[in-house]
Design a protein around this ligand. Structure first.
Ligand code: GCO
Ligand code: MG
Length: 402
């Protein structure tokens, strides 16, 4: 079998998605997600100009060799653009291999380790009361684990708590929205949210929280400590993790479980965190970590140290990425949880998928391959729109982590 053609499809059925489609001379096709939120076209150019010409005519079965060729062979290793491009190709090649074998991808990886995959949804509100209600709605939809975020008095527009923060070219403000941040206010308010949630729903529901990289290590330690009575499933991205050693300090002070890694793109970003067991969950995801080949390696490395998985699955990871993640989740001996924040109806239609959600659980389905397709005619009806994530500033104007 030979790779005959590779195309890159960009579509915006609510969010921008970049999808790689590989066609073989035997008529088998495979697709992969290569979306990098807010920087989508950089990955398209990387693929079209620098990757695709090198792969035409190659054997699609040699996934490991193609991965090494694109990673080592580029000389410029790592980085979100490179790794998203590699992920698009790698995911499509695994799709083709599993289709050729007539197996769902999880079978090819070693088979299912469980019947289904626990996932967590999102609940948010501008006030504690609104968030408490939103958690109730998610619970009614079947979710057993819910990430809960709330607006903070005195701070308008906190990402992930109220109105959608994404700016698109269709909107009047096509540049990144500016949001405000105050850590002191946040640290006082957030434990109150979880106290209210435990009062309302008891301890049977798993609650998660995302600090979105905004704290310093000692502030994160304080938050972890203050959240201990509320028994969180995890506290996510407590600090910006360029400095992996930061987690040593956080760990010394709190038993709140820690999750990190949605912006990581290789195992090197997490090596120390995993080896020293400084985190409980590693959040790398197929599209940002270089596809199933690399994600499987990270999961296996984490398994050696008793660190569990918690793949990033916000709605800017396409249904193709979610499909690939779910096969790895079903297989991984050290699976923890999968994020699932849902998609627009148009996104479900553009990407028909075998994976399904019921009772707070996901399953990848049993179709050969990863089980996700793209309807190209429909995709063409939703053209790309330039879009930005917000930025965050302190009251004095200092640009802050968001
Ligand atoms: C999450 C994330 C997202 C990211 C987004 C960036 O935990 O789901 O933090 O909300 O910010 O995916 O593109
Ligand atoms: Mg997050």
């Amino acid at each position: 079998m030979k790779i005959q053609d590779i195309k890159v499809i960009v579509t915006c059925p609510g969010r921008n998605f970049v999808t790689v489609k590989i066609v073989t001379d035997e008529g088998l096709t495979g697709i992969g997600d290569a979306t990098l939120n807010g920087r989508e076209l950089a990955v398209v150019a990387y693929l079209e100009e620098h990757v695709i010409p090198c792969l035409l005519g190659r054997d699609p079965a040699r996934i490991e060799d193609v991965w090494q060729y694109l990673y080592r062979g580029a000389y410029w290793r790592r980085g979100p653009v490179t790794m998203a491009a590699i992920a698009g190709i790698d995911t499509a090649l695994w799709d083709i291999k599993a289709k050729a074998a007539g197996m769902p991808l999880y079978d090819l990886l070693g088979g299912a380790s469980r019947e289904h995959v626990l996932c967590y949804g999102h609940a948010q509100g501008t006030t504690i009361e609104e968030t408490v209600e939103a958690v109730g709605r998610r619970q009614a939809e079947g979710y057993r684990a819910i990430r809960s975020q709330s607006g903070i008095p005195g701070l308008p527009n906190v990402y992930g708590t109220g109105a959608f923060s994404l700016s698109t070219s269709a909107a009047t403000d096509a540049l990144p929205r500016e949001e405000a941040w105050d850590t002191a206010k946040y640290l006082v308010h957030t434990p109150k949210l979880f106290a209210a949630l435990r009062d309302a729903y008891g301890f049977d529901l798993h609650l998660l929280h995302d600090a979105h990289h905004r704290l310093t290590p000692i502030e994160a330690a304080r938050l972890g400590k203050d959240l201990e009575p509320h028994r969180l499933f995890w506290l996510e991205d407590a600090v910006a993790a360029e400095h992996q050693e930061s987690f040593r300090l956080i760990r010394r002070h709190t038993v709140t479980p820690l999750a990190v890694g949605e912006v990581f793109n290789t195992i090197w970003d997490a090596r120390l965190l995993i080896e020293e067991q400084l985190v409980d969950y590693i959040r790398t995801t197929a599209v940002h970590a270089g596809g199933p080949t690399a994600l499987r390696r990270i999961m296996d490395f984490a398994a050696v140290y008793g660190v569990r998985t918690g793949c990033h699955g916000a709605m800017d990871m396409s249904p193709v990425c979610l499909g690939a993640n779910l096969h790895l989740d079903l297989w991984a001996p050290n699976f923890g949880i999968q994020e699932y924040s849902g998609y627009t109806d148009a996104t479900h239609e553009v990407f028909p998928h075998a994976w399904s959600f019921a009772d707070g659980l996901l399953h990848p389905g049993d179709r050969p391959g990863h089980g996700v397709e793209i309807d190209e005619t429909l995709a063409a009806r939703y053209p790309y729109e330039r879009a930005y994530l917000p930025v965050n500033r302190l009251a004095d104007g200092t640009l802050w982590h968001w």
